[in-house]
Design a protein around this ligand. Structure first.
Ligand code: S3P
Length: 428
C-alpha cells in the first residue's frame, strides 16, 4: 500500500509543465517499430508501466529494444526473425498492450500465451477476439476464450470487413494490425470516430492504408523503420488543465501537448464551460498535431456531455467530473457506459470518491449527473488501483477544505511517473 496525504492548496497555480509522452502513441511506436525492418528511434517516449509492458512483449518475441529513459531504439530484423516466446507474455494493467498485441500475435506463425493483472483479467477481450477469429486466428482462454489468460495460435489470416460494434480504438487497431499479416484486404468501419493514432503511424511507417469516410482499408505490406516523436499526452495534461481552471487566480501553460482532433474533447468541454484557454506554437509531426495550451481560472458553468464527443474524451471523464463539481449548475455525462469497463468501473469509482469528499454526484447507467458548485471538504478516498482515479483525487485536494488521503497512488506510474513532482512544482 502506498497511501498519500495531500494538504489543501492555499495559493494559485502558476508556471509551465511539459507533461510526459502520449501513452497511446508510445505503445504504437513500439509496436510498429518492432514490426518494421531497421532501426526506429522514439523520442519523448512515455516511460510508464503500461508502455513497458509493450516493450517487454516484443523483447520476448526476440526484438532488441534499448531504453534510455524517454528515448527508445528498436532494432528489428522484421517479422521473419520473431521467435516463439518460451514464457507467457504479461500485459500487466495495460488494455492497450493486451488488445493490440492480440492483433499482432494472431498474425505470427507460432503459439503464445498471455496474462494480465487482476484488473485486466476482468476486462473483456472478446471485442478483439471475435474479429480476429473471423480472420482465422485460433484463440482460446478463460470463460469461453474471451478473458485472459489466453492462448493464441496465429498465422494464415485472411482479410475481413468489420463494422465496430463498440467505439474502441483498441479494437480498430487490433484488426488493422492483424490486417498487416492477412491475405487480401482488411476493412474496418467505425460508426463514431475514435483516436486515429494507429492510422497516422501506419502511414508514417509506409503501410498500404487508405481512409474513406469512416472506413479504413489496409493490405499486407512490409513496414519501413522511421523515427517517431511523441507529443505530450493530453490525457495527462487534462489533470493540470482542470487544476488551473478550478483554483482561483491560476495560470498554467502545458508545453507541446498532443492536439489530435480525435483526442481534444476535453478542450471543447472546458471552452463550453467558460474556461479561459488558448493554444500557441502549433505544429504537426508525423501526422500528429501538437501545441502549447495556456489555461487560467475563470468561473465555469455546467454543460451536457454526450454523443460523438465521448470517444474524444473517454479517459478524461473522471477529471471532468471533478471539474463539474466546481461549475455553476448541473453537468450531465451520458453515452459513456464504456467507463464501466476501464481499469476499474470509473462511474462507480468517481461517484463514490467525489461524494465521499463532499461532491454531489449521482451515477446513471451510462454516465453521471454532477451538481455544482460544491465546496469540497476532503477525507479518505480509494484509487481502486486506477491511475486516473488516483490523479483525479490528487487534483481534488487543491480545492478541498481539509486534506485528502488517497489509499494507494502506486498506479500513477502507469501513465504519469512524475505526476506528484509536477504537481508540487506548480502548487508550491
Ligand atoms: C486507447 C483507447 C481507449 C482508451 C485507452 C487507450 C488506445 O480505449 O480508453 O486508454 O490507445 O487505443 P478503448 O479502445 O477501449 O476505448
Amino acid at each position: 500500500m502506498k497511501d498519500m496525504k495531500l494538504s489543501p492548496c492555499s495559493n494559485a497555480l502558476n508556471g509551465e509543465l511539459q507533461v510526459p509522452g502520449d501513452k497511446s502513441i508510445s505503445h504504437r511506436a513500439v509496436i510498429l517499430g518492432s514490426l518494421a525492418k531497421g532501426t526506429t528511434k522514439i523520442t519523448h517516449f512515455l516511460p510508464g508501466e503500461d508502455c513497458h509492458r509493450t516493450i517487454n512483449a516484443f523483447r520476448l518475441l526476440g526484438v532488441e529494444i534499448e531504453v534510455d529513459n524517454t528515448t527508445v531504439y528498436i532494432h528489428s530484423n522484421g517479422l521473419s526473425h520473431f521467435k516463439e516466446p518460451i514464457e507467457p507474455i504479461y500485459f500487466g494493467n495495460s488494455g492497450t498492450t493486451g488488445r493490440l498485441m492480440l492483433g499482432v500475435l494472431s498474425g505470427l506463425p507460432f503459439f503464445t500465451t498471455a496474462y494480465g493483472d487482476g484488473s485486466l483479467t476482468s476486462r473483456p477481450m472478446d471485442r478483439v477476439i471475435i474479429p480476429l477469429k473471423q480472420m482465422g486466428a485460433t484463440i482460446d482462454g478463460r470463460r469461453n476464450g474471451s478473458y485472459l489468460p489466453l492462448a493464441i495460435k496465429g498465422e494464415g489470416l485472411s482479410g475481413v470487413r468489420y463494422t465496430l460494434p463498440v467505439k474502441s480504438a483498441q479494437v480498430k487497431s487490433a484488426i488493422l494490425l492483424a490486417g498487416l499479416f492477412a491475405d487480401g484486404t482488411t476493412e474496418v468501419t467505425e460508426p463514431t470516430a475514435t483516436r486515429n493514432h494507429s492510422e497516422n503511424m501506419l502511414k508514417a511507417f509506409g503501410a498500404d492504408i487508405s481512409i474513406k469516410d469512416t472506413t479504413i482499408t489496409i493490405r499486407s505490406k512490409t513496414l519501413t523503420a522511421t523515427d517517431v516523436f511523441v507529443p505530450g499526452d493530453i490525457s495527462s495534461a487534462a489533470f493540470f488543465m482542470v487544476a488551473a481552471a478550478i483554483v482561483p487566480g491560476s495560470n498554467l501553460t502545458l508545453k507541446n501537448v498532443g492536439l489530435n482532433d480525435t483526442r481534444t474533447g476535453v478542450i471543447d468541454v472546458l471552452t463550453e464551460m467558460g474556461a479561459s484557454i488558448s493554444i500557441t506554437n502549433k505544429q504537426t509531426i508525423s501526422g500528429e498535431d501538437s501545441g502549447d495550451i495556456t489555461i487560467s481560472y475563470r468561473k465555469l458553468k455546467g454543460i451536457e456531455i454526450k454523443g460523438d464527443i465521448i470517444p474524444r474524451l473517454i479517459d478524461e471523464l473522471p477529471i471532468i467530473a471533478l471539474l463539474a463539481t466546481q461549475a455553476e449548475g448541473e453537468t450531465v455525462i451520458g453515452d459513456a457506459a464504456e467507463l464501466r469497463l476501464k481499469e476499474t468501473d470509473r462511474i462507480e469509482a468517481v461517484v463514490e470518491g467525489l461524494t465521499s469528499i463532499g461532491g454531489n454526484v449521482k451515477p446513471t447507467k451510462d454516465g453521471m449527473v454532477i451538481k455544482g458548485n460544491t465546496a469540497l471538504i476532503g477525507g479518505k478516498v480509494k484509487s481502486y488501483n486506477d491511475h486516473r482515479i488516483a490523479m483525479m483525487h490528487a487534483i481534488a485536494s487543491l480545492v478541498t477544505r481539509e486534506e485528502v488521503i488517497i489509499d494507494d497512488v502506486a498506479s500513477v506510474a502507469i501513465s504519469y511517473p512524475n505526476f506528484f513532482q509536477d504537481l508540487k512544482s506548480i502548487s508550491s
